[in-house]
Design a protein around this ligand. Structure first.
Ligand code: EPU
Length: 437
C-alpha cells in the first residue's frame, strides 16, 4: 500500500517530533525554551539524513508512530503567546529555522501596528525557505513574506504563515582594481550593510544610508534617495520561486527597475522570494552630491576634502531631521510615490500652481513632489489622535500608538481625495497594503 504523507513521528523519551513530507523531505521539531519549537528542515539526499528518513518512514527503532491528531496535540503544547523578535536572530546552521504561533507583527513592522500572524517562521537558508513554502501549501496557509517590515501597512490579522527571510552573511565575490563585487544575505539590515561597506572602503551606497528595512527588500521597489538608486550599484539577485522552489538569478535587466518599481512589484508579483543580492561597488566611486540638501550640509567643508563618509554623514543628518525614526515613531517612510505627469498635464497644473515643486525626467515626463501637494493642501502635521501626517515631511504617515491599519488607510484615502480635488493629481501609495478589505 502506498504511504500517505505526511507521516507523524516522535522520538521516544523526548519531546522531539518529526513530520515526514515525502521520501526525501522531513522536518524535525525540537523544543526551544518553554514555549517554542526550533524546526530543522531536512532534504534527505545525503547520509546521514537518508538513513534517518528511512527509519522515520518505517517508524522503527526509537521513532514512534503518531496519529495526526496526537502529533498536533503535542505540537500545540508548545506555542508562543507573544513572539519575542530578538530571539532566534543569531541561530547558526544553514538549515535551521524557527517556528512560532500567534505572533504580533507590531514588532516586525516599522509602522508598529498590532496584527497577529497565526504562524510565523524565520528562514535562514534557501532550504528553510523551501520548507516554509511546502508547509504553507500543505497547510493551505496564505504566505506573507516579511523583510524588515518597513514598507507595509497591515490592515488585519494574518491567518496564514508570516515568513521572515533571515539569511545573513556578507561575502566578497571578486575584487578587480578598485571594483568590488559583494553578495549579501537578504536578511541583513540595509543600513548596517551600507555602513559595513563604507567601513571596508566599498563605495557607491552612501546616499542610501539610514533607509530602513532589509537587503532582500531593497530591489523590490528599487530603493532610492538623494540621487542614487539601488539599481546603480546592483549586480544580480537570487530568488526562490514560490510555486516550484527553484532558484533563479536575475540581472538588472531581468529586474526591470523603475522609479520605486521592479518586476517583483509588477509582472512577477508574489512569485519570488529574494534570498541574496549582489552589488558592484567601487573604491573610487564618484561622490553623488547633486542634491541641494547634501551641498548645504557639506558647505562648511572644502569641496576638495569631501569623502564618501562625509556624504553618508550628511545623508544621515538630513534624514534624521526630516524623517521620523521608526524606533520612536511608527512609520513606513514615504507613504506615497511622487506622481509622474505627462508634459501637458504638468503645464496645466503649473498654470494654476506656479510654485509646484517638480523634477523634469529624462523621458520628458515631470515628477511632482507629492509632499508639496499634501503640505499645500493643508495636511502636514495633521493629527487624528492615534495617527497623522508627519510634522516635518508630509509624505510620511505616522502612528502614535493604538491605531489600526484601516484607520491609517482611511487617512491616506482622505489625503488622496483631497489632493485630487484640489490639484487633479492622483496620488498612489508607495507602501504595500497587506490584507486590505
Ligand atoms: N516637500 C514639501 N513639503 C513636504 C515634503 C516635501 O513641500 O512636507 C517638497 C519640497 O519642495 C521638497 C521636495 O518636496 O524640496 C522634495 O522633498 P524631499 O527632498 O524630502 O524628497 P521627497 O520627494 O519627499 C523622496 C523619496 C524619499 C527619499 C527622498 C530623498 C519618494 C516617494 N520618496 O522624497 O524616500 O529619501 O526623496 O531623495 O520618492 C522612502 O521611499 O521611504 C523615502 C523616504
Amino acid at each position: 500500500m502506498p504511504l500517505k504523507y505526511p507521516l507523524y513521528r516522535a522520538l521516544e523519551g523526548s519531546e522531539t517530533l518529526y513530520r515526514v513530507e515525502g521520501r526525501r523531505h522531513f522536518s524535525e521539531w525540537q523544543p526551544l525554551g518553554e514555549d517554542r519549537w526550533l524546526v530543522h528542515a531536512h532534504f534527505a539526499e545525503i547520509y546521514p539524513s537518508q538513513v534517518l528518513i528511512q527509519a522515520l518512514i518505517e517508524g522503527e527503532g526509537a521513532y514512534g508512530v503518531l496519529s495526526s491528531e496526537e502529533w498536533q496535540r503535542r505540537r500545540q503544547r508548545r506555542v508562543s503567546s507573544d513572539g519575542d523578535p530578538s530571539s532566534g536572530t543569531s541561530l547558526p546552521g544553514s538549515k535551521i529555522m524557527e517556528m512560532k504561533e500567534r505572533v504580533d507583527l507590531a514588532d516586525w513592522t516599522t509602522f508598529g501596528l498590532s496584527a497577529q500572524a497565526a504562524h510565523w517562521m524565520t528562514a535562514r537558508s534557501d532550504d528553510a525557505v523551501r520548507f516554509a513554502l511546502d508547509w504553507s501549501q500543505e497547510n493551505k496557509a496564505d504566505l506573507l513574506v516579511m523583510g524588515g517590515g518597513s514598507n507595509m501597512l497591515l490592515h488585519r490579522d494574518w491567518d496564514g504563515l508570516a515568513l521572515h527571510v533571515g539569511m545573513l552573511g556578507i561575502r566578497v565575490l571578486k575584487e578587480e582594481g578598485s571594483r568590488v563585487e559583494v553578495v549579501v544575505g537578504a536578511g541583513e539590515n540595509w543600513h548596517q550593510w551600507v555602513i559595513n561597506a563604507l567601513d571596508n572602503g566599498w563605495h557607491g551606497l552612501e546616499n542610501l544610508a539610514l533607509i530602513p528595512g532589509q537587503v532582500g527588500a531593497s530591489p523590490m521597489q528599487n530603493i532610492g534617495a538623494y540621487g542614487v538608486e539601488l539599481k546603480d550599484r546592483f549586480l544580480w539577485l537570487e530568488a526562490i520561486h514560490v510555486q516550484t522552489g527553484a532558484l533563479k538569478r536575475f540581472d538588472g535587466a531581468a529586474c526591470a527597475f523603475g522609479y520605486r518599481e521592479s518586476v517583483f512589484k509588477s509582472a512577477e508579483k508574489g512569485n519570488w522570494i529574494i534570498v541574496r543580492v549582489a552589488f558592484a561597488l567601487d573604491r573610487n566611486a564618484p561622490l553623488q552630491t547633486s542634491y541641494g540638501a547634501i551641498q548645504q550640509e557639506l558647505k562648511d567643508l572644502p569641496e576638495a576634502s569631501w569623502t564618501h563618509r562625509d556624504v553618508a554623514n550628511a545623508v544621515m543628518r538630513i534624514r534624521s531631521a526630516k524623517l521620523p525614526d521608526p524606533e520612536k515613531l511608527g512609520n513606513a517612510g514615504s507613504f506615497f510615490k511622487n506622481p509622474v505627469l505627462q508634459a501637458d498635464a504638468f503645464v496645466k497644473l503649473q498654470n494654476t500652481h506656479p510654485q509646484v515643486a517638480h523634477y523634469p525626467q529624462p523621458d520628458g515626463t515631470i515628477k511632482i513632489a507629492a509632499g508639496w501637494l499634501i503640505e499645500k493642501a493643508g495636511w502636514k502635521g495633521m493629527h487624528r489622535g492615534t495617527h497623522g501626517v508627519h510634522v516635518h515631511q508630509a509624505l510620511v504617515l505616522v502612528h502614535y500608538g493604538g491605531a489600526t491599519g484601516a484607520e491609517i488607510w482611511q487617512l491616506a484615502q482622505d489625503i488622496m481625495h483631497d489632493v485630487f480635488s484640489k490639484y487633479g493629481v492622483q496620488l498612489e501609495a508607495e507602501v504595500n497594503q497587506i490584507g486590505r478589505a
